[in-house]
Design a protein. Sequence first.
Length: 285
Amino acid sequence: MMDHPSSSTETVAETAAAWRARYGTDLGPAEGLAALDAPLRQMLAHRSVRAYRDQAVDDRLLEGAVAAAQSASTSSNLQLWSVIAVRDAGTRARLAELAGGQAHVAQAPLFLAWVLDLSRLRRLGRAQGVPTDGLDYLEGFVLGAVDVSLAAQNAAVSFERNGLGLVYIGGMRNHPEAVAELLGLPPAAMVLFGMCVGYPEPAELPPVKPRLPQAAVLHRERYDSGAEADIIAAYDAIFTGSDSARARGARPWSHGAVRRMRGPEALSGRDRLRQALHALGFPLA
């Protein structure tokens, strides 16, 4: 028998609170709130968790998350990704160093290294005597990057549905060659990003960060940035007034976002990513 969305006062209140936390504004009439389902409420409540209880993540939860990852869409069913589950404290400590000293990488009971993996098709091609020159082109890299990103986000939703918290770690691209060596990657494979996973420490659970209004990202029929300046100004006010921004003394979102990409000096070593990719076996023709 199919479950139907609850229209209880409690459900509406939970949804209203989740929407308000994510956007800093109200969604609208109660009947609209009641129509939103529990999975969406869960996703609205996502936040980056960087402090974890001293409790292991059960292998069944890991395997369930990987099943969710493998259920994501994949271009032409190529499945151009792998994932490495790292529990060893020494390895996690070294990964934390390579990620720029991010202590939560070492502290999380489980670290997942999400691998953009073209090597599997390379090996299959060699075994079958069939060339795989198409992987040499930038398109091959893009296919792998999309595949691994979709897979990881499915896994993230699965983890959060089971009470776990997580944070993505782009710092794996600070020193991609060293990360590849540490984890024993073959040529044509790289860790595109990492993911810390664990049970959140309740006393250190961060607030939800407000996102851009949908008017800034949802275009209908054609791209339209005509009202963007006013939309971003309103969002900056919401962002700086949020619990998340006040806790960190953050500047307006638009200022921080622009300065994050001001030049190569702001990229934490990732300005040499093309060179690193070539060294790891990605021609990017």
